[in-house]
Design a protein around this ligand. Sequence first.
Ligand SMILES: [Cu+2]
Length: 147
Amino acid sequence: MQAIRAQVVVSQASQAAAKPRMALPAAVVRPLKAVGVSVASLALALSANAATVKLGADSGALVFEPSSLTVAKGEAVTFVNNAGFPHNVVFDEDEVPAGVNADALSHEDYLNAPGESFSVKFDTAGDYSFYCEPHQGAGMAGKITVN
Ligand SMILES: [Cu+2]
């Protein structure tokens, strides 16, 4: 259910991002591209929380919620600290597409405050696995598929 909602929201964000690219001259498009992440984040914030991953379930369970989701290439996923923190998000260098810098995607600093968040943009299609270092032993891990 949540994975389906994620795909719907992402396609809306893609359409919003594509419009100015076709309608506006290059001089305008270039600065728009520079703020591409912010535009995507805004689109996501205005929609349901579908491309948002909670760190810790509302119940307090030590999981990513959802733990599996699919986004379109170029879209961002926002990780939001929710419960049971501190958490962090580490992408495994062996579990990302070839040529992708797992360290650059990871957020190894602990998120300690409620609602603390960060966004990661995925520019390469493929499967990405990640985990929370403090809770890896408890099974706090997730997967993002980028199409
Ligand atoms: Cu954790």
